[in-house]
Design a protein around this ligand. Structure first.
Ligand code: NAD
Ligand code: GDD
Length: 326
């Protein structure tokens, strides 16, 4: 790569990356979007970006990828919802090669600002055992007891950002995303998260007339879900800001999985007969985002309601399901 670009988005063929590339282009910035997937598998392909296929776990590809870039958003990872991360811990941990090589390459190349997408999975499991969970504050990541596999990789990699900042003066920014959903996300295949999975199951019920759906767990476990528009706003805000400390980027609207299903059913205009699969991957019992720090630093927090975000997400997933039925 011999061109200068304003921004590199690593993982640009994925859900958040695809949206971010679109938002950055709309702001008039030049963007290089990099992903390991073949082009036809990219969730969104923006012709105005320089679209590169490369395995960023290799140092030489990471070096080529960041060449000439002012800023880097590092979103590339081998990840998914509970169905994936519970059964693919080694694969999740191997993302450490992407995280390490991208950070090293960006620092060496003199990149001005580097954003790393961490996760709520860094938080200690012992603080998430109750559905009426006390929302997680940033300090709850320590003493460390992260989600096995995926969470440990995220915690290690965000810590590496901190040490590159402290030891080398490299400007790094870290957000801990809490479950992000929206159109153009993974909705089938095993890596999908609960919002898209529930939208798909309800859409299939509508289209097939068979109103029986399966829910993982007893439906009483709790989460908060952040709509993609809030994620995009928060991500860029944190990148531009002055603080290098990892900060929660998540909604604080706590719901049970049953309540999530209720909302989707209301949008779809049906009631489903639910069965509960107790041997399915469930992760922590309860998780919510404490937004005190993001409000203190930036005077902002995610605000799109789950009902509004799901309305748009359901419409998009419904279209995908309908198309796959034809
Ligand atoms: P995604 O899976 O849709 O996107 C990640 C992209 O990275 C994929 O397109 C994948 O092909 C690419 N990738 C994987 N290995 C690569 C490699 N070796 N080289 C180049 N590209 C590679 O995921 P997403 O939901 O868009 O998440 C983006 C980032 O945010 C990830 O780091 C993820 O861990 C983090 N995150 C997401 C959520 C969420 O709820 N979506 C929550 C917490 C953290
Ligand atoms: N995926 C999925 N599919 N989950 C379901 C389903 C289903 O059909 N039915 C019920 N669930 C339940 C899961 O058992 C889990 O208890 C809860 O919904 C949430 O599951 P996910 O959305 O898959 O993941 P998560 O919230 O536990 O973790 C996700 O968010 C983290 C950030 O907050 C993952 O995507 C992590 O990778 C991410 O870092």
């Amino acid at each position: 790569m011999d061109k200068q670009v304003d921004v590199v988005v690593a993982g640009g063929g994925g859900f958040i990356g695809g949206h971010l590339v679109g938002a950055l282009l709309a702001q008039g910035l030049t963007v290089r979007s990099i992903d390991i997937k073949p082009r036809h598998e990219w969730y969104q392909l923006h012709d105005a970006a320089e679209n590169v296929i490369a395995d960023l776990s290799l140092l030489e590809n990471a070096r080529a990828g960041v060449e000439g870039a002012r800023q880097v958003y590092m979103l590339a990872a081998d990840m998914g919802g509970m169905g994936f991360i519970e059964n693919n811990k080694a694969a999740c941990m191997m993302s450490v090669l992407i995280s390490t090589h991208m950070l090293k390459a960006a620092h060496e190349a003199g990149v001005e600002r580097y954003f790393y997408s961490s996760s709520a999975c860094v938080y200690a499991a012992g603080k998430q055992t109750d559905p009426n969970v006390t929302a997680l504050r940033e300090e709850d990541a320590y003493p460390a007891q992260a989600e096995d596999g995926y969470g440990w990789e995220k915690l290690f990699s965000e810590r590496m950002c901190r040490h590159f900042a402290e030891d080398y003066g490299f400007t790094t920014r870290v957000a801990r995303y809490h479950n992000v959903y929206g159109p153009h996300g993974t909705w089938e295949g095993g890596r999908e998260k609960a919002p898209a999975a529930v939208c798909r199951k309800v859409a299939q019920a509508v289209l097939s007339g068979d109103h029986r759906i399966e829910i993982w767990g007893d439906g009483l476990q709790t989460r908060s879900f952040m709509y993609i528009d809030d994620c995009l706003h928060g991500t860029q805000m944190i990148m531009k800001g002055d603080s290098g400390v990892p900060v929660n980027l998540g909604s604080s609207e706590l719901v049970t999985i049953n309540q999530l299903v209720d909302i989707v059913e209301r949008i779809a205009g049906i009631r489903c007969e639910r069965s509960y699969r107790l041997d399915a991957p469930q992760g922590v019992r309860g998780r919510n985002s404490d937004n005190t720090l993001i409000r203190e630093i930036y005077g902002w927090e995610p605000s799109v309601s789950l009902a509004d975000g799901l309305e748009k997400t359901y419409a998009w997933v419904y279209d995908q399901v309908k198309r796959s039925h034809q």
